[in-house]
Design a protein around this ligand. Structure first.
Ligand code: OAD
Length: 248
């Protein structure tokens, strides 16, 4: 047995509260492209054309076409064994909170019930004007591009664009969960985007056990206690299985 995996399983076997911080890598094995790897999404489109508030105001149709394309792709994919292992953890530990940067909804589709979506969701929309209308869910396909609110203004995808604030209270709740957990699992994120990258560091500072699951080194690997190198869809089921053996 891999020594890192055994050490991680022993830490988890003694845990009551687990915080999972996930990024695009957890969905890679479902066929969702990541952002910063070779061939990733940000090599194919320019952030400033499709993922900023300025782009949305300049050309809402173009921004919506980008997100509608992602909605179409993500509707067709399924959660993978990594998502399922995280969902299953809710039956093993007293408390599991999944803090995700992903907007694909795959954690929820796998059965996770405590999911904090730091960067919003592709399946929600809200009015650009402050009329307060929220469309949850906002099913695919949108009736028109850009879709309109009843007030006549444009609806926007409820995702965090570069330059937007995170959803109110999300960072506070995520940081609290990281500070309060026994083990923080950091899965499939490059740790390149702030403030999300700071959440595992809150767990480090609070003296919690931090475990990275990622095939590659990340910007925060050096800060974490253990790094399990491999794809989440293989490592997480193995980790959960060994943890269960140790608990029983
Ligand atoms: P990145 O594309 O920056 O990083 C993906 C990470 O997943 C890398 O560290 C890969 O090594 C890892 N990875 C790839 N395949 C994996 C697998 N099978 N199992 C586990 N890990 C794997 O994606 P994020 O860190 O999620 O924000 O990016 C953070 C944010 O940047 C996104 O939420 C998005 C993006 O710009 C916004 O759009 C606001």
């Amino acid at each position: 047995m891999n020594r890192g995996l055994e050490t991680a399983a022993r830490a988890l076997a003694g845990a009551r509260r687990v915080a999972v911080v996930s990024g695009a890598g957890i969905s890679a094995e479902s066929g969702v492209p990541t952002f910063r790897e070779k061939g990733g999404l940000w090599e194919q489109v320019r952030i400033e054309d499709v993922a900023t508030p300025e782009a949305l105001h300049r050309n809402p149709r173009k921004v919506w076409e980008f997100y509608e394309d992602r909605r179409r792709n993500m509707q067709a994919v399924q959660p993978n064994p990594g998502h399922h292992a995280i969902a299953e953890m809710e039956n093993v530990f007293a408390e599991v909170i999944t803090i995700t940067q992903n907007i694909d909804g795959l954690h929820q589709r796998a059965g996770s019930t405590q999911v904090l979506e730091l960067h919003g969701s592709l399946w929600k929309a809200h009015c650009l004007r402050a009329c307060g209308v929220k469309r949850d869910p906002f099913p695919y396909p949108a009736p028109e591009l850009p879709p309109r609110c009843e007030c006549g203004d444009i609806l926007r995808p409820s995702v965090v664009l570069f330059g937007d604030l995170l959803p109110p209270g999300a960072m506070e709740r995520a940081s609290q969960a990281a500070a309060d957990c026994d083990v923080c699992l950091v899965v499939g994120t490059s740790g390149a985007v702030w403030p999300a990258a700071g959440i595992p560091l809150v767990a480090c500072q609070a003296g919690r056990t931090t475990i990275e699951v990622n095939p590659a080194d990340t910007e925060i690997s050096g800060e974490l206690d253990l790094c399990l190198r491999g794809p989440a869809g293989t490592v997480l089921p193995a980790l959960l299985s060994r943890t269960r053996e140790l608990i029983s």
